[in-house]
Design a protein around this ligand. Structure first.
Ligand code: PLP
Length: 489
């Protein structure tokens, strides 16, 4: 790497990126290419000779950008957001430049120590109990790539704990013990919980997806959980793990942590909280009550890359006690041995995650925290919530639509009201409306199904979304709805 060549190329790339952001609204938000579009446009084999950055950027412009769905467009309201910011991007740049592989402390002491500090900073902003902090004694936080990895790691720790306990007396084998473990979550939990069960070897017959409904706004009813635990105990099974969600993917439902945690504690179960999307919002004092009961749980996760201005990937996981995690994931091969690790003077994050290698991701979090400050981040979150509230007002004021569940954060679940007696209860109407709106390229939003009801999800969360964007989105939705309703009249 020649520093002067790097300077030239990096300036060129920064210009390219700045122009991309400047012109981002000129692209259709959702890519309109057809499957397999790219192959005919690029050579079948790698180039033998070096090419120029100019020619590569030209290909990015003409071949890659048309196949990009523009998550950073201010008109992106789909799924949950994947945040970016100048601070997050600069942090990525710095991390890429230093490019360490920080598997243990010695591999780059600053990477481990900054990560520990950042997790403590954010943990304090969330007002997590001291035990979850590195200064608190038994636990601490770690950056995972995604919330999926976080729940898997938590489940592996719980599995290790339970299998060790059940096999202690030597009466049953490890596989017999594993076959008794039961995992609970809601039927609204993200599919990553199911995947974690698959990977952790939890038998399919022991996955419990607790039924939710409009009656509880899709949160777990503690009585339903308690009943399921009771039944499993009576069947000789071992209730081992509960994954609760604060801010479910479909509708941002909030499971009642306190009531659920009281039950998990009674049975010595591991309780994990997946707050991938909504967690960051809880740094606002007026929203922190959604985490009440977190003192009863064993692990907690939120994605800074979803809604805290930090470029993907940056999922934060805290555990109250790191020992079960280390028991499950720690290995000490000779080639990694060193004095600091052996004297237990340091944290080695390779033992808190699945892979060995790890990037210097805390740098981007550090830049975000410092360039915005906690107040700046809170203002950012509140702005999205306010914009979603304004969108909600527009929907509620128009009798052709209905809001389907109460809005808590910046996601609104709504639909166009189906005509009386509609045989598919509005599914075709709303699916067509969604597709017609998305086809305009002016915005992109997505759907879910809540207890059989086809639901439109509109989530405000991009760092560049302003009021004018939300109003324009509402206009497009209405124009398309009018065409449809006229057509069906
Ligand atoms: N949990 C919840 C509640 C989510 O909404 C999502 C994704 O939207 C995930 C987990 C998965 O996130 P990740 O891509 O970080 O694994």
């Amino acid at each position: 790497l020649d520093p002067e060549e790097f300077r030239r190329h990096a300036h060129q790339m920064v210009d390219f990126v700045a122009d991309y952001y400047k012109g981002i609204e000129s692209f259709p938000v959702r890519s309109e290419v057809k499957p397999g579009y790219l192959r005919p446009l690029l050579p079948d084999v790698a180039p033998e000779q070096a090419e120029s950055l100019d020619s590569i950027l030209e290909d990015v412009r003409s071949h890659i950008l048309p196949g990009v769905t523009h998550w950073q467009s201010p008109n992106f309201y789909a799924y949950f957001p994947s945040n970016s910011s100048t601070a997050g991007y600069l942090g990525e740049m710095l991390s890429g430049a230093i490019n360490i592989v920080g598997f243990h402390w010695l591999a780059s002491p600053a990477a481990t120590e900054l990560e520990m500090l950042m997790l403590d900073w954010v943990g304090r902003l969330l007002n997590l109990p001291e035990a979850f902090l590195h200064t608190g004694g038994t636990g601490g936080g770690v950056i995972q790539g995604t919330a999926s990895e976080a729940v898997l790691v938590a489940l592996l720790a719980a599995r290790q704990k339970w299998v060790a306990k059940l096999t202690q007396g030597g009466d049953i084998s490890q596989s017999e013990a594993l076959s008794k473990l039961v995992v609970y979550t809601s039927d609204q939990a993200h599919s990553c919980v199911q995947k974690a069960c698959m990977v952790a070897g939890i038998e399919k017959k022991n996955w419990r997806f607790l039924k939710t409904s409009f009656d509880t706004n899709f949160a777990i009813d503690p009585a339903v959980f308690e009943e399921a635990v009771k039944k499993d105990l009576e069947a000789g099974l071992v209730p081992a793990f509960l994954c609760a969600t604060v801010g479910t993917t479909s509708s941002t439902a909030i499971d009642p942590l306190k009531a659920l945690g009281t039950i998990t504690q009674e049975h010595g179960m591991w309780m994990h909280v997946d707050a991938a999307y909504a967690g960051p919002a809880c740094i606002c004092p007026e929203l922190r009550h959604h985490l009440d009961g977190v003192e009863l749980v064993d692990s907690f996760c939120m994605n800074a890359h979803k809604w805290m201005l930090t470029n993907f990937d940056c999922s934060l996981l805290w555990v109250k006690d790191s020992k079960p995690l280390l028991d499950a994931l720690s290995l000490q091969p000779e080639y990694l041995r060193n004095a600091a690790s052996e004297a237990s003077l340091v944290v080695d994050f390779k033992d808190w995650q699945l892979p060995l290698g790890r990037r210097f991701r805390s740098l981007k979090l550090w830049l975000v925290m410092r360039l915005y400050g906690a107040n700046g981040i809170r203002a950012y979150l509140r702005k999205h919530i306010q914009l979603a509230a304004e969108f909600e007002e527009l929907v509620r004021a128009d009798e052709r639509y209905e809001v389907l569940v109460p809005r808590t954060f910046a996601l609104l679940c709504f639909r166009a009201k189906p005509p009386a007696g509609d045989p598919d209860n509005g599914r075709t109407l709303n699916a067509t409306l969604l597709e017609n709106v998305n086809k305009t390229g002016k915005l992109f939003f997505t759907h879910t199904v809540l207890d059989g009801v086809y639901t439109l999800r509109f989530c405000v969360g991009n760092s560049r979304t302003e009021r004018e964007h939300v109003l324009a989105a509402w206009d497009v939705i209405n124009q398309e709805a009018e065409k449809l309703l006229k057509g069906s009249a």
